[in-house]
Design a protein around this ligand. Sequence first.
Ligand code: C2E
Ligand code: MG
Ligand code: MG
Ligand code: MG
Length: 287
Amino acid sequence: AAKSDTSSSYRLYDADIKDTRAERRALEGALRNAHDNGEFELFYQPILDLATNRMWGCEALVRWKHPSKGMISPLQFVPAAEESGLIGPIGDWILEDACATAMSWEQPLKVAVNLSPVQFRNRDVFASVKKALDISGMPAQRLVLEITESVKLTEEATATLKRLKALGVSIALDDFGTGYASMSYLRSFPFDKIKIDQSFVRSMLDSSDSRAIIKATIGLAKDLRMSTTAEGVETEEQLNALRLAGASQAQGYLIAKPMPREAIAAFIADAQKPQPRTRDEQEGVRA
Ligand code: C2E
Ligand code: MG
Ligand code: MG
Ligand code: MG
């Protein structure tokens, strides 16, 4: 009896695994098709410079425009793309498309691109970045690469990041504060920028602990000669508090949501036009 129990629970377990594996395989096949059919699309979210109150740049965020299921979030397919290794070719396409798009903007703003840890492990990231810059003709100084603590800073990875910096590319540490080794990670590489995770920004007005962490992060970044971008800014109150705390840039729905290529081009062109400062000035013009 014991034996048959084991085998039946085995069978059950096995069936579950097969099911998940089959689903994963189907997703991977669909991802491969999606890449071949050009179903991936980059959206761009503006980043505001708090010192000048002007646009600083945009973050490129990938979406899967599925022919029947509609727009799919990166959170739903990037992990499968990583496991299957497809993030290599997809990541190369993301770099090339982001640089080409940024070159079409009316202003030479920065463009930030997210890199997966798998790109560091299985891919010559330096060659991919260099190729994207060469094809687009974009100056390296306009490119920011965002990595998270999930990139293991091996000697090889650190050497790659250093070569990228030598080229003029900036390196940002994304989702800061959510990892488990943030401090030692910061010590391992001279990042140009820290992106303060949106979980801290979301709770900053209600939680003095979150405020303390944000304040300390900005102070630490300054001492390390790094800039800071606060992510997930949704209210004027949060923006004002971040300004007071000395954050360099802000990004979030308050400023704008991620938008398609044509919309961001229009947004940038519009941001360049002189804006009427106050209602008085506006009325003055009319009078
Ligand atoms: P991330 O790099 O931290 O990107 C910020 C995420 O926060 C984006 O989600 C953005 O849409 C969202 N966000 C921005 N402002 C606000 C706000 O005010 N409120 C809220 N609630 N959310 C806001 P998204 O586009 O779904 O991307 C999720 C994650 O997927 C990214 O986090 C990044 O880790 C990954 N990802 C996105 N695009 C790429 C890519 O091209 N390559 C790789 N490897 N990963 C990507
Ligand atoms: Mg990011
Ligand atoms: Mg982030
Ligand atoms: Mg994130």
